[in-house]
Write a protein that binds this ligand. Structure first.
Ligand code: COA
Length: 241
């Protein structure tokens, strides 16, 4: 995508899409937190934390995504809402070009900051749950066979639309950016669907290919069966504009 894109929502409002900047961290995190806070998975991940602590940790997790050298993050703004939506995805290739030392230093510094924050906020359980969640999602990804694809795949990490801005087509417009990347490299797009997102992704042409089972370590109950989904560019060729 070029530096900035101007489109219209289904309701005819102007929508500006641009790359995320550092100063967007808190705004984007609030949109993400509010969009996900009622989901079963987020309830479990942040279980026992106050709203304030959960928001602070969400800012840290957004920062963690932001410093990932592979990740592209976008912000969608309407005239009334600067943080109407966000998308984070990465193009993962088996052969990654090594990153400069200073990028690696930023990643390590962010990890250190995270360790400190989780400790200060007394949120070690949240940290452990995110790690466990990451491992289970990784297993579901391995099962898809995508890690063996010579040309790689696009991984959609996070998509969120502000609760007041949903049903206007914003998620569809943001997902077009990730799908254009998948078409450009002729690789599949992969994601782990939330409960709110599953039917939408099916509508977009994603197929459920494997499942990550998240289990509450205290009760042994299944928190959620999270579907891993794949979209193939050959099934959705670009519509000439
Ligand atoms: C899921 C979410 C991103 C959808 O955002 P949105 O902006 O309301 O979605 P859109 O209006 O852009 O919908 C995109 C398309 O999917 C369709 N769609 C949306 N929800 C759907 C549903 N539940 N079932 C079937 N189709 C659906 C829309 O009709 C639209 O189709 P069209 O382009 O053919 O008209 C938003 O509800 C959200 O942020 N939820 C909480 C966070 C979350 O779960 N994110 C997904 C992470 S995996």
């Amino acid at each position: 995508m070029t530096k900035e894109m101007l489109v219209q929502t289904k309701k005819g409002e102007k929508l500006r899409i641009r790359r995320m900047r550092f100063m967007d961290l808190v705004g984007v995190s609030n949109t993400v937190y509010d969009a996900f806070k009622n989901s079963k998975t987020w309830h479990w991940r942040f279980g026992g934390c106050s709203d304030r602590v959960s928001r602070i940790l969400t800012v840290y997790l957004t920062l963690d995504s932001y410093v990932d050298p592979l990740k592209d993050m976008f912000v969608a703004s309407t005239t009334t809402n600067k943080y109407a939506g966000m998308l984070a995805y990465k193009y993962v290739t088996p052969k990654q070009t090594p990153k400069p030392w200073w990028r690696q230093l930023i990643v390590w510094a962010t990890m250190l900051l995270g360790a400190l924050m989780f400790w200060i906020l007394g949120a070690q359980q949240v940290r452990r749950r995110f790690e466990y969640n990451g491992v289970e999602y990784r297993k579901a990804l391995v099962e898809t066979g995508l890690l063996e694809k010579p040309n790689g795949y696009v991984h959609v990490d996070l998509l969120a639309v502000h609760v007041d801005e949903q049903h206007k087509g914003i998620a569809g417009i943001l997902m077009d950016i990730a799908h254009d990347c998948a078409r450009k490299h002729n690789v599949p797009s992969f994601l782990m669907a939330s409960q709110a997102g599953f039917d939408m992704y099916v509508h977009m042409g994603y197929k459920h290919v494997s499942t990550a089972v998240l289990i509450d370590e205290r009760t042994g109950d299944v928190v959620r069966n999270s579907p891993a989904m794949i979209w193939e560019p050959k099934d959705h060729p670009a519509v000439s504009k």
